[in-house]
Ligand binder design. Structure first.
Ligand code: PEP
Length: 245
């Protein structure tokens, strides 16, 4: 019912030469949706480059235009060929002080520009050790996802902050606990529409652990950082997701 999604977040990595990795990845052969989110400078060159590989941004401003030096609006991303945008990534929340309210406003801007918003949530290690994980995730979901979210416009990515770029991965039970709780919370708020909303896991996903993670309840794909930079690493993750479809 939910089409699986493999999304690559290149973060602040890559110049034009890196687009060769998209070429090497090649047109998807399986049922999964494949998305690459390169730096904003590469979106126009990446979009439409390979049939079936969608391109997204990593952030957008909440306003459509104006005096916001250095920022990029959702409609600019769309104009460059993006179809998706990652919002509220923990690195944006930490480095730029993005609050749930800011993420919510950006998500509304993304929708207005016709982009699919991939809204990120995740607890810190201190929050997990304090037993606060489900409360933190619930509050982030409530605060970051606007009213009116639909399966077509909104994807949620659960990314434990302590698992990003660290090689540490939660146990399957820990992932299932959060994903099941997110599904329930979205159901309470959005009703039947929530059944179609995809829930991605993110944090140190690799070819070697992907199949195990994709077998977990309510995991509809992955948001992948480091292992999305090279086709040789991202390709096996996409294959594992295809196999789980
Ligand atoms: C991310 O930053 O979205 C991410 C999941 O990074 P990594 O896969 O490198 O842990």
């Amino acid at each position: 019912m939910r089409r699986k999604l493999a999304a690559g977040n290149w973060k602040m990595n890559g110049t034009r030469a890196a687009l060769a990795e998209v070429d090497t990845l090649g047109a998807p052969k399986g049922p999964s949706e494949v998305l690459i989110c390169p730096p904003a400078t590469l979106i126009a060159a990446a979009a439409g480059r390979v049939d079936g590989i969608a391109v997204g941004g990593q952030d957008c401003h909440a306003a459509e235009k104006g005096a916001h030096t250095g920022d990029v609006s959702a409609s600019m991303l769309a104009d460059a060929g993006a179809t998706h945008v990652i919002l509220g990534h923990s690195e944006r929340r930490a480095d730029h002080g993005e609050t749930d309210a800011a993420v919510r406003a950006k998500t509304e801007a993304a929708w207005a520009a016709g982009l699919v918003a991939i809204v990120c949530v995740g607890e810190t290690l201190a929050q997990r050790e304090a037993g606060e994980t489900l409360d933190v995730i619930g509050a982030q979901l409530d605060g970051s996802v606007p009213d009116g979210a639909t399966a077509a416009t909104t994807v949620i990515a659960y990314e434990p902050v302590w698992a990003i770029g660290t090689g540490k991965v939660p146990t399957n039970d820990q992932i299932a606990e959060v994903h099941d709780a997110m599904r329930e919370r979205l159901k309470n708020r959005f009703g039947a529409e929530s059944d179609g909303m995809r829930l991605l896991y993110g944090g140190s996903v690799k070819g070697s652990n992907a199949a195990e993670i994709f077998a977990v309840s309510n995991v509809d794909g992955a948001l992948v950082g480091g292992a999305s930079l090279k086709a040789a690493d991202f390709g096996p993750i996409v294959e594992a997701l295809d196999a789980a479809s």
